[in-house]
Design a protein around this ligand. Structure first.
Ligand SMILES: [Zn+2]
Length: 228
């Protein structure tokens, strides 16, 4: 069962093995951000923490972020993510969210920022009140999956450059994998690493990932798993 950890009076994280998801509470409602990999009870976990009406927002539709989606009839997700989500067996009704949309939990507006590259419809969520960016899988210090269908390194780099336009509006980043929190400076480093891979100057080594040979580019601040 995922472990419930309080971050502050209105924010929790759930540690679900190698992945985490979040609960943000406003004055009127609460939002679960993703539902983990082995947490079909994600909704119940959230309801154990808050009595507020609960909504779900997915950063993207990879299998390690949607395990508890089945408990929700509808949820917020980028429409560009639907193909990936359905392909992973995802059910339910998608309420589309697009770049610049704001979901207000009551004195806690959450701004949606399109953040494609890791997947076509990845989003980041800016929690303006707490100056936190929930970056999905794009900004983290673990190994970022950039191999296989739906991934696009060029798009990923453009997205990170766009995130930098929000410099100053967040002090910390909450990633779904790896260390939490990470500092905004990580974005610049990830751009640098991804550009080295793009230009062919980065040195990688072949590793096995679920029976597929992929290229691991390991930098001091994070890794990227790419096509061989
Ligand atoms: Zn993930």
């Amino acid at each position: 069962m995922a472990e419930t950890i309080k971050i502050n009076d209105s924010t929790w994280r759930f540690e679900d093995g190698g992945v985490r998801f979040f609960l943000l509470c406003g004055k009127e409602k609460a939002a679960l951000i993703d539902t983990g990999m082995n947490a079909p009870d994600a909704k119940e976990l959230a309801e154990g923490v808050t009595d507020l009406p609960l909504i779900l927002i997915n950063t993207h539709g990879d299998p390690d972020h949607i395990s508890g989606n089945g408990a929700f009839e509808e949820f917020y997700m980028s429409p560009k993510e639907e193909d990936n989500y359905r392909n992973n067996g995802g059910k339910g009704k998608i309420i589309p969210v697009n770049d610049g949309d704001v979901i207000d939990l009551g004195d806690r507006p959450l701004k949606i920022i399109d953040n494609p590259g890791h997947t076509p419809g990845s989003i980041a969520i800016l929690d303006e009140k707490y100056k936190v960016l929930i970056g999905g899988d794009a900004v983290q210090d673990g190994n970022i999956f950039m191999f296989g269908r739906y991934r696009n390194l060029d798009t990923y780099i453009s997205s990170l450059k766009r995130l930098k336009e929000y410099d100053g509006s967040f002090d910390e980043i909450y990633p779904m994998h790896g260390t939490i929190p990470v500092k905004p400076e990580l974005i610049e480093k990830l751009i640098d690493g991804a550009e080295q891979i793009q230009s062919g100057s980065a040195e990688g080594k072949k590793v096995d990932m679920f029976g597929t040979e992929v290229m691991l580019y390991k930098f001091p601040y994070a890794g990227f798993l790419c096509e061989v």
